[in-house]
Structures are given as C-alpha cells and as structure tokens.
Design a protein. Sequence first.
Length: 647
Amino acid sequence: MTTLYIFTSLIIVFVISALWLATYLFRRAKDLAPYYAEKEALEQDIATAKQSRAQMLLAMDQLAANHAQAKQDIADAECQRKWLQDNQGTVSSLKGQIASTQQELVDVTGKLDKIKTDLQDKNAELKDVLAELDSRNWLLQSAQKQLTEAKAEQQRLTHDNTKSQAELQKLIREVSQSERDLASIKHKISDEEERLKSLNTKKQELENELSQLRARNGEEKQSLKKEIDDLKAEIDTLTKERNSVKAKVSELTYELSSHVSREQITLKKWEDLDRPVKTINIVTATKYDEQKWLSEFEANLVTTGFRFDTRLIKAFHTSLKVADCSPMVVLSGISGTGKSLLPELYAHAVGMNFLQVPVQPRWDSPQDMLGFYNYMEHRYKATELSRLLWQSDKFNNPDQAKNNPAMNMILLDEMNLARVEYYFSDMLSKLEVRRGINPTNEAKRRAAEIVLESGATSDSKDVRRIFVGSNNLFIGTMNEDESTQSLSDKVKDRANVLRFGRPKELGGAAADKEAFFKKYTNRMMSETMWKEWISDSGGGSILNLGQQMDAINSFLAELGRPFAHRMWNTVAAYISQYPGNKHDALIDQIEMKILPRLTGLDMADPTINRVMNDLADYLDKFDEPKLRSAFDMARKRDFFAWQGIER
C-alpha cells in the first residue's frame, strides 16, 4: 500500500513538473521571438550592405577607369586641337568638299526619285500590257477550244456519213433499176416538152385570136376564155410533172455518180501509199573507206566551187552517225548559206536516197507530214515521206523494202515555219523509243511504230504500221528571222544544232552542182555499210571526259540548268564517232549541246554573273578563242542568248 502511494505521488510530481516546464518554455519562446526576428533583419541588412559595398567598389573602379580615359581623351583632344590649328586651311577645304558632296547627293537623290517615279509609271504601263496580253490569251484559248469543238463536230459528221455506206449496195441496185427507167423518163420528158411547146404555141395563137375577136359578142368571148383557162391548167399540170421527173432524175444521177462499190473502195484504200517513190534509186552497193571518202568529199566540194568549213562538214557527218542518241540534226543560220544544199550533196556523194520535205506554216499535226485517211473516199492520202518510210520498212513491208536497201536522208526544209512539236513530236518520240529495242521482236517493236489512221481499230488486219528504222536519217533546216518559230527544249535536247555563219567573202566563182554530181555515179550506201562506219574509238577516255563533264555540270547546276545521263551518253557517242581530233569533237558538243541550255538566264542577276565568270575562266582552258568569243557575245544581252560559233 505504501509502495503504491509512493508510486502515485511520483507520477503526480512528474506530471506537475512537466506541465510547469512546458509553460516555462512557451513563455520563454514568446519572449525571444522579437529577438529572432530582429536578428534575421540584421543579417539581411548586413548582406545588403556587403552587396552595396561590392557595387561601390566596382563603381569606384569604373570611375577610376573613366578618369584615366578622360585624361587620355583630353590629351587626344589637345592633339587634335593642335592639329586643327596647324591644318586650318585643309579643314576648310574638306568642309567645302563635304558641302559640295552633300549638294551632289541631294541632286542625285532627286534624279533617283524621278527615275523611281518613271519606273512606277512604266510598271503601271507594263501591268496594263500584261492585262491586255492575258485578255488576248484568254480569247486565243477560247478560239482554240471552239476550233477543237468544231473539229470534233466535223469528225462526228464524217462518222455519220460513213454509216450511209451500209445502204450503198441497196442504193446501187435501185440506181440500176432507175437507169433502165431513165431512158423512158427522159423520152417522156422530151415528149412532154414537145407537147408543152405545142401548147404554148397554141396558147399564143389563141391569145392572138382572142385579141382580134375582142369586138365580137360576149358568148364567143367567154367560150374562148374558158378554153384558154383549161389550156393554162393543163400546161401548169404538165410543168409540175416535168419538174418532179427532172428532180428525180437529178437525184438518181447524183447518187449514181457519187458512189462506187464497197469492194472497189477496199481495193483502193492503200493504193496511194503503195505508189512507187521517185526518190528511190536501186543500184549495187559498193564499199569504201570512211576516211578516204570524207577526204574525197571535201576535195570535190572545193573543186566544184562549194565553200563549207571543214569542221562543219565533220560535225554534220558525225551528227548523222549518232542518230540513235540524237535522232535529229538541225542546220541553223541566215538564208542562203547552204543549209539545204549540204545534205543534198552529202546524200548524193555517199549514195543515200534524198527526200526534201518543205514545211508549211499551217502544219499543226502529224497528218500534215505523213498524210491522212479520207473517210468519204475510204482511201489513205499519202505523202512522199510516208511512201518512202513505208516502202523502206523491212519488218512491216518486206516485199517492197527489199527493193530499197539504201539509207534514206529526209530533209525538213525550213522546219520552224510551223511549231516543230506540233507535227514532229510524235515522230521524235518514236525515234527515241526505237533506241535500245530489238526490232525483230514484234511485241517490243510495236511501241516504236507509227500507226497510220485508216478508220480501223489498232488490232485490225486492215491497219498499217510503219517502223522508222535506223536506215532513216532526219535533218531540219531553220532560218533565223522574224517569220520563224523557236525550237522547244524537247527538240533541242534531242538534236545536234549546227550553225551556218555568214559568208566570209561575197562573190567569187559560182558553184557547179551538176559537175559535183557527175563525180559520184551509181553509188549506194546500204544500212549494213553505214553501221560498219559507226564504231567506238574510246574518245571519252582519251579526253578524261568524265572529269571534264562533271566540272562543267557543276557550273550548270549552280545556274539551275544541270544535265543528266542522256546528255552524257550523247556527248560520249559523238566524241567516239568523230573522224579527227577528239578535242575538236568536245568543243563541238559544248557548243551544240551544253551552252544552249543556258539560253534565257537573266544577266542582271549578280549570282548568275558570278557563275558565268567562273564558267568563262574554265572555257579558256580549252584554248578555243571562237568558243570564248561566242560565249561573251551571248552574255552582252539582258538575257543569255546562245547563237553558236560561226565557222
């Protein structure tokens, strides 16, 4: 019991002590709180004071630096003041020059403002012109659309007319029957006309008699008048009957004269295309060495009075040899420089069939060049060119082609009188597809064949196809005047363009074409012999062509006109086929294939000018003064205008 009492007492004492201690600590903390707050404020003030002290030290350092700089500035100012005192006259002169320069600046600013005003006026006028041009373009597009619709309507009407041919046999039978009746009808018409004449005579007699009997009694007069009226009625009836019979006879006669039997039409459908071509001359082929022939050709040109640059002749010869890569050779220049004459002389000397096709300004489709199918007559209207191509096609027309083993040279004379891409684009595409296919494979050959329009489906047995093989070489001439169209990029990219310059000397002895022709008789260049002339001599490797072309292409890439694999293959093929110095061949290709790509670049653009300068420096490495001269001439205009090298 005592122990419990003691333990309880201890617990009570402990609790009372804890309560007293807690109360004491609470009061102590409450008394110390202001001091802790004041301590924190003092610590913050001390940190601020330290920061201010550091800033003051920095400011004092800056003031010291400024003081030193001020001393230096004062010293410099003193030096300047002394210099100004010593050079007072020079300063006055400079002030005068500055004032004069400021006045000139004001004058120039005024002129510039005037130029800007004029430029704004010109821009306004240009906008008006462009608006007018847009309006005219819209009208032109509208007219072209109407023309297309008219052509479609014409085709529809033509198609409708062909349907009437199904009734032709029936009509012919009716006409045959009508012919038997025609003689009888004509005889009847003759009798009726005689009767009509007799009645008219009688009418006239009665009218005369009536005029004489007017004085007689009324009963006789009425009787005569009735008889005259009856005769008039009979005459009118006979006249109507005669007109009806004449109309029927005219209708039957027209139908008889306007139609022939369908069997006859079918037989004559391709008659015009199969008509022999006058150009083809069949002789026995004779082999001759290429280099020897070329030297002989140049010598004979000179002796008969023809003046063609040696480089130009070799370029023309080589361009023909690379027709698989560049299927078109374009001869450009002013009129009267021999553009049409050189191909004719070449073809005769080497033994090729030569066909000159004069291009007309109205040409706007392949039908103008190759002919068309007349749906009314059911006949194909061929041209001399389509006949030559058809009769030289050894795959689709072997019977006639075996009689024409010679190469064909086709000259499109003044080809840019019309838009070349309108009438020649399809042919150019077929020539490009031709490269790389095996023509003996009929399925693959189809892609490169021209299908002649014949009113039949493409899979019909009655359709005719022409494969324009490598035995056909195409040349075009173009004059440089305001009446001609420019070549499209598609044509230029697939052609070698040779420029004929103005004659270096006018006058002299006249050339004798007949004398030249007499030097070459009974010659024939076959396709087999021509292919033997085409060989790879590795010209690209001799010139390090890859490095040369890559360097030039880097310049063209900066100008936004780079070229690709087709150009590389064309250039390499030309150089390998060139019969002479390979360096000359590379210059030819830079002239004919590469620099024309820059045509149209704005020479006012500083970036373009910089690259052009670099390209000009690179061209100097080829040591060809005419090339650099032609390049500089092309840069003198507002836009780069490449005209080629005059040789």
